[in-house]
Design a protein around this ligand. Structure first.
Ligand code: SF4
Length: 268
């Protein structure tokens, strides 16, 4: 694959995304390929314009201005899937959910249930470490008005599909919001999971047990950690904590990885 000026492999078409994602041998390769993706012209233009114009309060910062890869270890038993990076959050910092109020919520909650070593995520290199959880977005580029099109969602889905398939111990997926819920079903169907029909409706606390090629997988729905939900009280900290606590409870049925930093080293 051709490399861009920063050394990331470039993908320019939906078919290229399929090929590049399927052939990524590990998360490091996948993350690099995600970071070089240019398959959605509208989103590429938007993310790069935002990175040039910037918000006044971040004027002195170099924006990432690229797709944002997932974060967390390959032995994670829990995945958290959100919508897409924020223009001045992940698109600025280069780390998923980092640099905006949504990230403040999710990382504080992960810390409260023992899945993160600190309650904040402010920038790459801030010392944050996740344990037993991988956080990712259904769409990797910041979209205008936080609204990717269905076509952009589908174009991006092979990245998520490959990411989930590389998590060999995956037992639970916490889905933040209805968009992620919708995006996930075809990904899981393509991965060989038997999907209930009709598809269960999204809702906070909704729990769906699936059976697939690697055994059981539970989907847990949670309202998204958007400001629209957290400012209005539609999503509260106890509500989010309860979903994540349930995820850790389910994950504990799979031996191997840690559920808390104090539990000792992970299995090699
Ligand atoms: S949204 Fe996904 S597929 Fe589209 S350009 Fe960004 S990373 Fe590539």
């Amino acid at each position: 694959m051709a490399l861009d000026a920063d050394g990331f492999p470039v993908t320019r078409t939906p078919a290229g995304v399929v090929r590049a994602a399927r052939s990524a041998r590990d998360l490091a390769v996948l993350d690099a390929r995600v970071s070089g993706c240019r398959a959605c012209p509208r989103l590429v233009a938007w993310r790069e314009e935002v990175a040039q114009v910037k918000r006044a309060s971040f004027r002195s910062e170099d924006y990432w201005g690229r797709p944002v890869p997932g974060l967390g270890p390959a032995d994670a038993r829990i995945a958290v899937v959100g919508l897409a990076p924020a223009a001045h959050g992940g698109n600025r910092t280069g780390r998923v959910f980092t640099g905006d109020r949504s990230g403040d919520w999710i990382f504080a909650a992960l810390w409260r249930v023992g899945l993160a070593n600190q309650p904040t995520s402010t920038h790459v290199g801030d010392g944050l470490e996740l344990t037993d959880v991988r956080v990712a977005a259904a769409v990797r580029c910041a979209p205008p008005a936080n609204a990717p099109t269905p076509e952009e969602r589908d174009t991006c889905s092979p990245w998520l599909a490959r990411e989930l398939s590389l998590l060999s111990r995956l037992r639970v997926i916490v889905v933040l919001g209805g968009f992620g819920w919708t995006a996930l079903w075809p990904v899981l169907g393509a991965a060989g999971y038997e999907l209930p029909r009709p598809r269960p409706a999204f809702g906070h606390g909704v729990e769906v047990e699936l059976t697939g090629p690697r055994g059981p997988l539970t989907l847990l729905g949670s309202f998204h950690v958007s400001q629209q939900n957290t400012f209005t009280g539609r999503l509260t900290e106890p509500m989010l904590d309860a979903v994540l606590a349930r995820a850790t409870e389910l994950a504990a049925t799979v031996p191997g990885a840690r559920t808390h930093p104090d539990d000792g080293p992970p299995r090699a």
